[in-house]
Design a protein around this ligand. Structure first.
Ligand code: NAP
Length: 315
């Protein structure tokens, strides 16, 4: 059976369909990462992003689109479908080539700026470009994480190096603190921010290792940033998504099992859907999210709340 995805057309034309197999083939060819079978037997569900005006008049930066499977891309499509004006940051020329066609498929005049979150000069240039183009902004999406592949397998205690630890924390946690500081300077009338996290921050997940520690720091940072920016009318939240087939997931040893377990043990008995994650971002970034800040919202088919998986009846 050929799995197909739907891209919502914003101009009222019928939805665009394209095959999941084609997208995955492209992704794994380019990925060259650890679990090349990840998701092979789990066709991606169709993604439909409802259109409306919830984000009309709001401008924001989306950080972390690497390709069509990126969580940031799902969120961007949902925000665009609700009228948001978007800017995208990307890291380096290679990424620009991949991301530009996606960005150009959106309505309005989305634009792209380069930003390596580990480089202050690059971040300065990114936010200067936003200031020049827009003057002010309303929201920030942070969907960025990195850890070395050697550290995403086996023993956390034995495989985590000083450099690897610092790099994972820098790219995956500090970058949100830094981006929040810079973005808030362009939010004189208030705004909203979201970052993406995973349950490996709260519980031990095999092979997630140093990334779990970085996600714990990211979630704690979310609360501290929320307190600082609250008086300025800026809400700051995290979405804890269940396992999804992306490049970042393909870098984790055993990612395929993680996805299968994420579905089999979940309350809904389904994979985490992009619509759910993108819808949560829409809620948190739009005015629907009034009064919600400092929160970690789980969008994982209920997996986070399960203590013991289903057990067979005892005879
Ligand atoms: P993805 O498509 O691979 O996105 C990760 C992004 O981070 C890429 O665009 C990557 O760019 C970027 N990045 C890494 N280092 C960077 C740097 N120094 N400067 C700027 N950008 C950098 O994977 P994803 O799964 O959508 O990940 C998005 C977020 O969701 C991450 O925070 C991830 O931890 C989180 N999350 C993912 C899952 C899941 O199951 N997939 C579940 C929960 C949470 P490059 O390609 O250039 O490295």
């Amino acid at each position: 059976m050929t799995a197909r995805c739907i891209r919502l057309r914003l101009d009222g034309a019928p939805p665009i369909r394209y095959s999941t197999e084609n997208r995955l083939a492209g992704r794994f060819a380019e990925a060259g990462r650890q679990d090349h079978n990840l998701g092979k037997d789990q066709p991606m569900s169709d993604s439909v992003f409802p259109a409306g005006n919830l984000m009309k008049g709001k401008r924001g930066l989306v950080m972390g689109v690497a390709n069509k499977n990126s969580i940031a891309w799902g969120i961007a499509q949902q925000l665009a479908a609700q009228g948001a004006e978007l800017a995208f940051s990307y890291q380096g020329e290679e990424l620009e080539k991949r991301v530009r066609p996606l960005v150009e498929s959106l309505p309005g005049s989305p634009f792209m700026v380069t930003a390596d979150v580990t480089d202050d000069a690059s971040m300065d240039a990114c936010f200067e470009a936003l200031q020049k183009k827009w003057g002010r902004m309303d929201f920030l999406v942070h969907a960025i994480a990195f850890a070395g592949k050697d550290e995403l397998q086996g023993s956390f205690t034995h495989n985590t190096t000083r450099d690897g630890f610092k790099r994972a924390m820098d790219v995956s946690a500090f970058s949100f603190v830094d981006a929040a500081k810079r973005a808030s300077a362009l939010m004189p009338d208030g705004g909203a921010m979201v970052c993406l996290t995973y349950l490996g921050s709260e519980r031990v997940v095999p092979n997630y290792n140093v990334m779990g520690v970085a996600k714990a720091a990211l979630e704690a940072s979310t609360r501290y940033i929320a307190r600082d920016l609250g008086p300025h009318g800026i809400r700051v939240n995290a979405i804890s998504a269940g396992p999804m087939r992306t490049l970042a997931m393909a870098g984790i040893s055993g990612g395929r099992t993680l996805m299968k377990t994420g579905k089999d043990w979940s309350m809904l008995k389904e994979d985490t859907r992009m619509e759910g994650v993108a819808g949560a971002a829409l809620y948190l970034l739009s005015d629907l999210g009034h009064s919600c800040t400092g929160e970690v919202l789980h969008v994982d088919a209920g997996f986070h709340a399960v203590g013991v998986p289903d057990i067979a009846e005892e005879g």
